[in-house]
Design a protein around this ligand. Sequence first.
Ligand SMILES: NC(=O)C1=CN([C@@H]2O[C@H](COP(=O)(O)OP(=O)(O)OC[C@H]3O[C@@H](n4cnc5c(N)ncnc54)[C@H](OP(=O)(O)O)[C@@H]3O)[C@@H](O)[C@H]2O)[C@@H](O)CC1
Ligand SMILES: Nc1ncnc2c1ncn2[C@@H]1O[C@H](COP(=O)(O)OP(=O)(O)O)[C@@H](O)[C@H]1O
Ligand SMILES: [K+]
Length: 667
Amino acid sequence: MVDQDSSTDRLMNSAYEAGIIRSLEAPLLDEGQPLMQEAAQAVAVNAWLMLSQAGLDPQNSRIVLLAGGGNNGGDGLYAGARLAAIGADVTAVATSSDVLDEAAQTFVQAGGILLALSSDADIPSSDAPSSPQEVAERIDEAVELAQAADLVIDAMTGIGLTGALRGIPETLASQLSAHMSGETEEVNTGEGSTAQAHNPLILAVDIPSGVGVDDGSLPGPYLPADVTVTFGAMKPCLLLPPAAYACGHIVLVDFGFDVDEVQASVEAMSASRCSHLLRVPEREDSKYTRGVVGLVTGSENFPGAAVLSTRACASCGVGMVRYLGPERPSEHVLAALPEAVLGPGRVEAWVLGSGVAAAGSSKQQDSQRSTIAQILEAHGSWPHQGSQAHETEDSLPMVVDAGALDLLPAEGLGPKVVLTPHAGELAALLQDLGEDVTASDIAAEPVRWATRTWELTGATVLLKGAITLVVGDGQGQDPAVYTTGFGPAWLSTAGSGDVLAGLEGALLASQSTLLADDPRKAIQLAAAGAYIHAYAANLASHSQDRAWRQPLLFNPDQGKDFIEEANRAWQAGSRSVESMGPLGHPIHAADIIDQLERAQGLLLALPFQSDPATDEPASADGDDDWAAEPDEDNMSSTESADSSQASNEPTHHLSPAALVAIESLWF
Ligand SMILES: NC(=O)C1=CN([C@@H]2O[C@H](COP(=O)(O)OP(=O)(O)OC[C@H]3O[C@@H](n4cnc5c(N)ncnc54)[C@H](OP(=O)(O)O)[C@@H]3O)[C@@H](O)[C@H]2O)[C@@H](O)CC1
Ligand SMILES: Nc1ncnc2c1ncn2[C@@H]1O[C@H](COP(=O)(O)OP(=O)(O)O)[C@@H](O)[C@H]1O
Ligand SMILES: [K+]
């Protein structure tokens, strides 16, 4: 769906279901490309790097490998062999009754120790436990080993996982994750105080074991990772909440997959993608051709929402903002935005419902609701995408938020109608549509429920959260799914959603011609809106906190560059005390608006950079450079948010000895 992607941008931001990943691997395996060895090498290098960055000497550190019976376990065992061969102390815990034999032999020959847990285990160099009692003892032993380790490499299950973890992997994942989240007992220091229990670093092989590969759900216990080293291409769980929150930093090993003929099931919005969706005015343009947005937002009770949505809208490249509302919010809008025009007239897109009370609340007499109902009646009832008819010319694009959601016509809508609920609002909407679902069900399976809403309504559904999802019409019968997790947690502040609604309306109005040609572009435009919103919040808060970061590309030919890059990116993403600088400071909704124009300017500058392989969107002013860059998103993995940060932030460079050691892993 994104037309202008470079191949690197596509590789880093497009995710494919497990079945497609297997079809992409097959031709390379047929040609004899040693994919498992390439995977193992990347795991070993990243393990070494994680230990070194944590200030540990990898050759004197304890590594526990959790190895399942499939190829994921095979990747882990070969990586463990490489680490053992250069002196690390590696114990592999076999979580299935068997493991890949050749990988296990290689591991043992390199000096690794294998521990079988299953009573029917057939594992080289390790006897199976002979009684249920011994099984239980070995599981306890494995848990203790892993808890005390410096690094745990999780190679229990990869894309071969079916359903929730069962058996030994389930036990290990639940005990270890409970330990790491502090649910188990704290360590008594013996001096009347308790210390935080030691937590091992966790490296997930391909994906964290236990997460729903294709839908991003968490069907049962899972092992959250600090770093996930994934192979060939991104999988949906690496982008979709809530699983994406369990992946830590993602390293993507490029196998050279040919993705030309396959369909991604999830796409991440990126700076590069976003910059292509912004409309730049031309000589022939007038304020009318640039797009007029009509907003029916705010109310007597919530005049602030009118101000926030109109101001945000005016900051996002439209020709004119038209506001419809009662006297009090109208006066506030004019005071804050003298260029706003009051009252009805021609518009190219609507923004409806932000700051308007939904039915059932005490404010249900809100006069804005009858205006919204009239607009929806006049413009909003279009044939469903699956039916014969297509959208009519007067079916204006519109953003339907908050108090307008329950006014939607029961009939199908079209992709140019963008719904912008948070989980609570989506639950109410789905209940109205007959679904038995709560807000916490939606938080647990957001893509499932956003997709269900799209199926029921035909509208584009933007579900807000730390990672915001957009689901709408894709190719054929399948939905398109976009994610944006570029924002800091500071973004979750009152009125932030009103800002988003206004800016979404501006994007729809300014691109009304594009939308008339292809209404499905609304999905990308909606995701771009969420991206700009997040970016403005980054600029406003001086924060490098992100709900989601683009993967680092692992290229064995550029070892030193990769190490430098990982040093920068992992440091910036850390929430440790030393990184309080990049975490930034609180913001309120108006701060986001104040940075919207700058964020767009930086995005528009992106394609014109002299060296797109290394440069990032330039910062508008020099003094706060370190916080300004959108990391994820440049055309290459090297664009981490952090290159300009180097001068202001401590970076943890590896010692020369560590560099030499890590380089030996590349062979
Ligand atoms: N193709 C290639 O050449 C390449 C593939 N690559 C790697 O292969 C991985 C895919 O390998 P795969 O297909 O062997 O499956 P995999 O993820 O190891 O899972 C199977 C294991 O999981 C277990 N298991 C499953 N469900 C479970 C549950 N609910 N609860 C508990 N256990 C469960 C299952 O146990 P079983 O059901 O057999 O008892 C079995 O032991 C992929 O992610 C990547 O890492 C790379 O090396 C690059 C080259
Ligand atoms: N933890 C979080 N991290 C980053 N962004 C978040 C987080 N939680 C919510 N958001 C974002 O904050 C905004 C909140 O919008 P909304 O809930 O509508 O607020 P309001 O109704 O007060 O305007 C959304 O854009 C959402 O994506
Ligand atoms: K794994």
